[in-house]
Design a protein around this ligand. Structure first.
Ligand SMILES: C[S@@+](CC[C@H](N)C(=O)[O-])C[C@H]1O[C@@H](n2cnc3c(N)ncnc32)[C@H](O)[C@@H]1O
Length: 251
């Protein structure tokens, strides 16, 4: 098994593949206007689908959940069936870089913790055409919470290497406007949402390390994962996940 295999062993059978909280997803949904008239939603980079399930359970619209890792889609399919939501969610294996949908197809596009794969601006630009005029784009993106000059070097170096595109909230708001969206709101994910993501993965790591003592590749992957958590433990005041609630302008 190589490092990637161990990575996916750690990242399997978990509720979330990125920081998030059902209550935050739901509060943002309820803050949108015109939801009663919406028919179709798209969840990009859905992972195992925590947010897709919350949205499908609490809305009357039909959700299409896209990811390029089939095991996540299989898990979402299974869970949605168990929850009686099978008829409200379709899963599609596709790349977020080339989505197989029509222009103006969706009333709302949702994406938690996944836009970083394209880059914030590229995602905002690339997905816009699939959204109806007046439709919402809700994305969560890891963001600096203060100017970079105020971030301790250890934290700045770590994230500059991991994600050079990470910007401060105000910069992302400006990007939203530049890309032709109205910036309706920003919502900071509470710290609890990070631990809802990290803790189940920690349990997987502990179990795998017990089952495969001394495995070199596993130890390497675990060290990288632990470093990220320790960074968050120390510097959670410096960065966080921010939800950007954007609305495509009417033409
Ligand atoms: C950090 S996870 C977030 C998953 C989920 N939204 C959540 O919060 O639990 C990012 C997701 O993007 C998916 N992904 C990575 N590259 C992708 C691509 N090119 N197209 C579609 N999905 C991709 C991964 O498989 C993963 O499920």
């Amino acid at each position: 098994m190589d490092n990637m295999d161990w990575f996916f062993m750690i990242h399997s059978n978990t509720k979330r593949e990125g920081p998030g909280l059902d209550a935050v997803t739901l509060n943002i949904w309820h803050s949108l206007t015109g939801t009663g008239r919406m028919q179709k939603g798209l969840d990009v980079g859905c992972g195992p689908g925590a947010q897709t399930l919350t949205l499908a359970q609490n809305t009357n619209i039909y959700w299409t959940a896209v990811d390029n890792h089939q095991p996540f889609l299989d898990r979402l399919k299974e869970t949605s069936g168990e929850m009686g939501l099978g008829a409200k969610i379709a899963t599609v294996n596709a790349s977020m870089f080339e989505l197989p949908f029509k222009e103006n197809e969706f009333d709302v596009i949702w994406s938690e913790g996944a836009i970083y794969i394209m880059g914030f601006e590229q995602g905002l630009t690339g997905w816009q055409k699939y959204l109806k005029p007046g439709g919402y784009l809700v994305v969560s993106e890891i963001s600096w919470l203060k100017p970079k000059t105020k971030i301790p070097e250890e934290c700045l170096n770590f994230w500059t290497e991991e994600y050079p595109g990470m910007a401060i909230t105000e910069e992302n708001i400006a990007i939203g406007r530049k890309c032709g969206y109205k910036v309706v709101d920003t919502v900071l994910l509470p710290e609890e949402g990070w631990w809802e993501y990290y803790l189940p993965h920690d349990e997987n790591m502990d179990r795998l390390c017990r089952e495969h003592p001394g495995n070199k590749e596993l130890i390497q992957v675990v060290e990288i994962e632990k470093k990220e958590r320790n960074m968050y433990r120390k510097y959670s005041d410096c960065y966080g996940y921010v939800f950007y609630v954007l609305q495509k302008k009417m033409i």
